[in-house]
Design a protein around this ligand. Structure first.
Ligand code: SAM
Ligand code: SF4
Length: 327
């Protein structure tokens, strides 16, 4: 499926819930966001149907995110359904790692072994300060368990001025002995209205810090659709990535479509949601009509995140919590 800028769109990111057990301050306020009633969330049957329709349009990769996906009851059932869909060669999950451990055997059994784990600091107190929960030990343990069980893990760390820039190198050092991509992300303005965005720590600043610590850092050739620019330190087992999520330098190869937990379609992270596919589906349309609607929506995908931002009417701060968008 091509958009109007000749980009192949074959990757869908689905937020399976807006709920979360952490309160990362760049994502949502301390008191949380007003959660949607369960009936407003896409059901598993609806998500599976959407995946089937998208699979027929050539989609091959899906990422389940949230909120915290493992907080949703029977999330494993959805994974089981998805693993049974032939079109999806690549099933990924983004998780905060606090509730995942007991599911490791089942994930392995389903062949779902690509997990992005969010961890913004290796210092317990700073982790607590950022997430507003004292779950550092659990998350780092999850990381080691996933590695021991042969999962392909990427770590996500949002880097913020005056908060955790001192963690960049200690986190990057995890790539020394582990085959992991450690990725540093620019903060984006999606925190549910908790705070005005303060000075952003840019991808350039992150890279400068990395180059200072690792003068022989090599840039690696990227894969199509990658948002991270990847680097390698000679002899390190893993890679280090920088994601210019706010500077938006990767839009020309964007291959993704997003679906929020209540079925809002986002053709770009920076648009305000362009169509509610849940309501459309619940009006009784056929699979064919759903497919045609997706084709129409994909053609609306803007050139880049700056163009999308211009169309974004800020009617609610809640839509602007990353916990609703899914990252
Ligand atoms: N709860 C899961 C987690 O934290 O991994 C999945 C959902 S979370 C919204 C997905 C990703 O978005 C996480 O890696 C998180 O760090 C990132 N994220 C959340 N808010 C962000 C923001 N304001 N700017 C940049 N990244 C953000
Ligand atoms: Fe929860 Fe993930 Fe948002 Fe943190 S980033 S509050 S873990 S949804």
């Amino acid at each position: 499926m091509k958009d109007s800028f000749d980009r192949t769109i074959d990757y869908v990111r689905i937020a399976v819930t807006d709920r979360c057990n952490l309160r990362c301050f760049y994502c949502m306020p301390a008191e949380g966001i007003p959660y949607e009633p369960k009936a407003h969330l896409l059901s598993y049957e609806e998500i599976t149907r959407l995946l089937q329709v998208l699979g027929n349009l050539g989609f091959q990769k899906v990422r389940f995110t949230g909120g915290e996906p493992f907080l949703r009851k029977d999330f494993m059932k959805l994974l089981e359904n998805t693993a049974g869909l032939e079109d999806y060669k690549s099933i990924h999950i983004t998780s905060n790692g606090t509730l995942l451990q007991r599911h490791i055997p089942k994930l392995k059994e389903l062949g779902i072994t690509q997990i992005n784990l969010s961890i913004d600091s290796l210092d317990r107190e700073r982790f607590h300060k950022i997430t507003r929960r004292d779950d550092y030990e659990k998350v780092i343990q999850t990381f080691h368990m996933l590695m021991e069980n042969g999962f392909k893990v990427k770590l996500n760390a949002v880097i913020m001025h005056g908060i955790n820039t001192q963690d960049i190198i200690s986190l990057a050092e995890l790539a020394k002995d582990h085959q992991v991509d450690v990725r540093f992300i620019e903060e984006m303005p999606f925190n549910g209205g908790y705070k005005e965005n303060t000075e952003m720590y840019s991808a350039k600043s992150i890279l400068r810090d990395l180059r200072e610590a690792y003068p022989n850092l090599n840039e690696l050739q990227g894969k199509h659709g990658d948002t991270a620019t990847l680097y390698q330190v000679p002899d390190y087992k893993g890679n280090i990535g920088v994601i210019a999520a706010f500077s938006r330098t990767f839009c020309n190869t964007c291959n993704r479509l997003r679906i929020s937990s209540k079925g809002e379609i986002k053709t770009c992270l920076y648009d305000g949601g362009v169509f509610n596919i849940r309501d459309y589906m619940r009006s009784g349309v056929s699979d064919e009509e759903l497919g045609l609607k997706f084709q129409e929506l994909i053609k609306l995908k803007p050139k880049d995140g700056f163009a999308a931002e211009k169309t974004h009417k800020k009617t609610s701060n809640v839509m602007d919590s990353m916990s609703v968008i899914g990252g």
